[in-house]
Write a protein that binds this ligand. Sequence first.
Ligand code: ADP
Length: 328
Amino acid sequence: SATHQKVDRHAPPPPAAVKAALSKIHPPPPPAIVTEPGEDGEQYSTGLFLGKGGFAVCYEGQLVRNGRVFAMKVVRSEMTQRKMAEKFRTELEIHSKLRHPNIVRFHRAFAFDRCTYVVLDLCSNGSVMDMVKKRKCLTVPEVRRLMIQLCGAVKYLHKRNVAHRDLKMGNLFLDHNMDIKVGDFGLAAMILSEKEAKRRQTLCGTPNYIAPEVIDKSKGGHNQKVDIWSLGVICFAMLAGFPPFQSKTQEEIYKKVKNLHYVWPKDNECSNFIPSEAKDLVSSCLSLDEEQRPLPDDIVDHQFFNMYPGCIPRSLDPSWKQTKPVWL
Ligand code: ADP
């Protein structure tokens, strides 16, 4: 027909081999309308590109029926069958059972056009990582509010015998109200018993946030206490503007972690006053002995949340993603 496109068999190969390899992992952009299979399958119109991760691509998706906007995480279906996709399956199994105001809500997952679509709460204000990068570091009242929300989410997970195991600023998303939503449950594990916990010896997590007992496999597995370690790292990083054990190589990070070698910045370096209560709280989370680390409830009871000037903002303003707030 007249509209038939000519195929140029002599066209040069794609410019970058890397690009080609990635395009095999990441799914192509979804069509304008995505339809859930089944009799009352919903329709979503796809919107803005939100970002991409290891093998997922994220887009905004608007439910055609009522206009509600979600985040749609898209993964090639063939990926969900391979061994490498174990991360994704755990993620679906664990994440789909969680309901908490500070955890990205999993709405549904379905197959469409050789891809798996996961419908999630939309977090339109990016991640805490983006915010800290822009701002360099956050103020004490902001950190208090974020830590309290984070502790609520972690308490909920641990009560349900789930360890997140990959808590880091890049996995803490901010919704339209600037409330924290913990996301990315790809490394989360159900801790069924202490014995099961001890059995787990997988090396996981981003080195910057890794707990000592995860490095030192001879000590046996690890449990939810790795999340408390990460809370200490996150709290330090929000106040200081860099993670405590930052180094060029993995070996150096491990060495620093095992020696508990971290240095707080001088107060004026990031134009932030870091109170001794914050340092005390972080040091309790960063205990080499996991038994010494506080529970989420102990953290929110800490003096850091009570000291002068004792303000915990009721909400954060989206403009604070770029601009430091002034506390009167
Ligand atoms: P992966 O598990 O493959 O690493 P992620 O879950 O990290 O994929 O998602 C990739 C990117 O998509 C994130 O870095 C973020 O920019 C964006 N994203 C993920 N989930 C949401 C969400 N719920 N709301 C808004 N953006 C999101």
